[in-house]
Design a protein around this ligand. Structure first.
Ligand SMILES: [Cu+2]
Length: 367
């Protein structure tokens, strides 16, 4: 791998990298860019154990302010239609295998980190060659990778901690658990651990010695008071795990997250293929064998022929048709009423908007 050129890595990724899944990329995780081994996009398993894939090499520590929110973003190539996820903390280092030391501070039922029919088209890989897909730049876009403003509770203890994202994908051949961890330091919090101790324990399933969920939108049991329901949980998604007591009603459900500035990392986007045109479904049968909108398997990005080069038009909201010229890498270009494109630095190839979505002013949102 070290002798590959960036171009070759990019091409190989576009042609279908294996095991292209998701990591949390912000806050910057352990083993993000320059440690060996690098943090992987793969699910937890024998070689990538709970917690944190066994990784704890600090490259960059992110300061989290108690009582504020933290932007959390993701990189990856096979989103499995989204799913449910949690954001959790531990104050022990290295990150402890004892799950009782981990407490969930925010839970998302569905919509994490995408609302999509299946997998998204590939975009340019990240700086380390990991697969990627178009980024929403907000917490509500569809058919793109969302980012979230996660509330950091004001009564958390101050000090060094590990912030984890755990993810239960919605669609796929088997129930899985993904986990990325980031070194953080909590500032401006409490001097005692009372609040932290009372938080619910992280939900751990689909790894050795734990229960196994079903597929669909997993209704995470004991999710705590803070989170959002972004999709209705699937009935009987609990598998052999404890069944949640109904659909959670979160304290901050109504308020939602604060609006997020539309910042698209410039390394992440280069769409070259049309997006799936089917509309996102809100309820997916367990263990579906087809993969709507996805590639040949749930683990590969959606693939389709690359659109031919075409005459270029000026930047901006444009007429339906051929590729639009543009200069800002990652910029979303609205094309007519039914299409959009993502700028690869020179052009944006039109893709059909999913049913129920609209493009205006460089943003895709639900109608
Ligand atoms: Cu997969």
């Amino acid at each position: 791998m070290l002798t590959m050129t960036t171009t070759f890595v990019a091409l190989a990724t576009l042609l279908g990298a294996s095991n292209a899944h998701m990591i949390m990329s912000t806050p910057s995780p352990y083993n993000h860019h320059k440690s060996s081994p690098l943090v992987q996009v793969d699910p937890l398993g024998a070689s990538l154990p709970f917690p944190c894939q066994g990784l704890s090499t600090i490259e960059e520590t992110t300061a989290l302010t108690a009582g504020a929110t933290q932007r959390v973003a993701f990189t990856g190539g096979a989103q499995h239609g989204g799913g449910s996820c949690q954001f959790s903390l531990t104050y022990e280092y290295p990150p402890p295998a004892d799950k009782s030391k981990w407490k969930a501070i925010y839970t998302l039922i569905g919509g994490c980190p995408v609302s999509a029919a299946g997998n998204l088209p590939a975009a340019a890989p990240d700086a380390d060659g990991r697969a990627n897909s178009p980024q929403c730049g907000n917490d509500s876009g569809v058919e793109c990778i969302r980012e979230f403003q996660v509330p950091i509770p004001k009564d958390l203890p101050s000090g060094n901690a590990t912030f984890a994202w755990t993810w239960y994908p919605k669609i796929g051949g088997q129930p899985e658990l993904y986990m990325t961890c980031a070194p953080v330091t909590i500032q401006g919090g409490a001097a005692d651990t009372g609040f932290f101790d009372a938080l619910p324990q992280i939900f751990v399933a689909n790894v050795a010695g734990e229960c196994k969920t079903g597929m669909g939108v997993v209704n995470i049991p004991n999710p705590g008071k803070f989170g959002r329901v972004l999709e209705q949980p699937s009935p009987d998604s609990q598998g052999s795990c404890p069944k949640a007591a109904g659909v959670p009603v979160f304290e901050n459900d109504a308020a939602g997250a604060a609006p997020v500035a539309s910042i698209v990392p410039t390394t992440l986007l280069t769409v070259t293929r049309p997006a799936p045109s089917s509309s996102p479904s809100t309820d997916v049968p367990a263990a579906s064998t087809t993969f709507p909108g996805g590639g040949s398997s749930p683990c590969k990005p959606a693939l389709a022929p690359v659109a031919p080069n075409a005459p270029l038009r000026p930047t901006g909201d444009a007429a339906v048709g051929d590729a639009q010229s543009c200069s800002v890498l990652g910029e979303i270009i609205c094309i007519g009423d039914s299409q959009f494109g993502i700028c690869d630095g020179a052009k944006a190839v039109p893709q059909d908007l999913s049913d129920g979505t609209t493009c205006s002013g460089g943003k895709i949102s639900r109608v």
